[in-house]
Design a protein around this ligand. Structure first.
Ligand SMILES: Cc1ncc(C[n+]2csc(CCOP(=O)(O)OP(=O)(O)O)c2C)c(N)n1
Ligand code: SF4
Length: 278
């Protein structure tokens, strides 16, 4: 009789590294890290089958704090690296982590085209409406009237609307979560990973240092009063008219994820060179 070694699913803790996060005490990103680890455990993943990819920012420190494969890249380029990785290694679960500065300013163009390409990965953006790491400059999601030393009198600029932009650009899954609801956030991240194609999760994650008033977000968030829709126009209308604090999966579509047309990974360099010989 053959003996079978039972392997029990890993706990959330097993997805965390031994590095102690250096975020400010009270930063929302601690809870987001917990939710990510919890989602991986819920899906019974293994750290060696997961890659966490990021750009630069406080939020982009996430890969170092997980026990999975990780890539802490350059500012605004996390989606380019994550998409390339998923295309080359479709067997991996790829989670790309970003902040509102990293993802919507310098990385804004990558965001549009990642939605359009619909590569099967999950993109989470820890949105605190500010550049935390570089000490409080306004970001694309900063309110126009936010008065600060670096933006006296406010920017006066209209805010970027990531969820609607993601929908218009073709994201297959669009959700909003709140770091102060770690279990709900874990559920949403797990759902995003499970759903094929490009899944986008905006996570409201307070920067208690440069935006201390965001501690009040916990009083403002609420579950979205409507069920998930598969109609992008309906989802867009709802998102455009809510106040930014409705939490939940707001849109789930059925677009086929991107597949590379030909697998050329076995092609020899000499053959490639021959193709380009004039
Ligand atoms: C090419 C380049 N430009 C600018 C910077 C400086 N920089 C580092 S992080 C950052 C903004 C981070 O803000 P966000 O993505 O919102 O993350 P947070 O720190 O708030 O989590 C900037 C402008 C950089 N590292 N590289
Ligand atoms: S500066 Fe803000 S975003 Fe960065 S670790 Fe501190 S609280 Fe978090």
């Amino acid at each position: 009789m053959s003996s079978v070694v039972a392997t029990s699913p890993l706990t959330a803790q097993a997805f965390k590294s031994s590095y102690k996060p250096i975020w400010c005490p009270g930063c929302g990103d601690y809870a987001v890290l917990n939710s990510i680890a919890k989602a991986f455990a819920m899906l019974e993943l293994k750290p060696e089958n997961v890659a966490v990819v990021s750009g630069i920012g406080c939020s982009s420190r996430i890969p170092a704090y997980t026990n999975c494969y990780g890539f802490h890249g350059v500012h605004g380029r996390s989606l380019a690296a994550g998409s390339g990785l998923k295309i080359a290694r479709p067997d991996l679960t790829v989670l790309v982590a970003s902040g509102d500065g990293d993802g919507y300013s310098i990385g804004g163009n990558h965001f549009l085209h990642a939605c359009r390409r619909n590569v099967d990965l999950t993109y989470i953006v820890m949105d605190n409406h500010v550049y935390g790491m570089t000490k409080g400059q306004p970001s694309p999601t900063t309110e126009p009237d936010w008065d600060s030393k670096l933006s006296p009198g406010g920017t006066g600029l209209r805010t970027f609307h990531p969820l609607v932009i993601a929908l218009a650009a073709g994201a297959n899954f669009v959700a909003r979560a709140f770091s102060g609801d770690p279990n709900g956030t874990a559920e949403i991240i797990a759902d995003a990973i499970r759903t094929p194609g490009f899944s986008f999760v905006e996570i409201l994650s307070p920067c208690v240092t440069f935006r201390p008033e965001q501690r009040d977000w916990k009083k403002l968030v609420r579950p979205a009063p409507v069920a998930t829709t598969d109609d992008p126009a309906r989802a867009a209308r709802r998102i455009m008219t809510d106040d930014g604090f409705n939490i939940g999966v707001l849109y789930k579509g059925e677009r086929r994820p991107y597949q590379p047309p030909i697998r050329r990974d076995t092609q020899r360099v000499a053959d490639l060179e021959a193709e380009f010989t004039i």
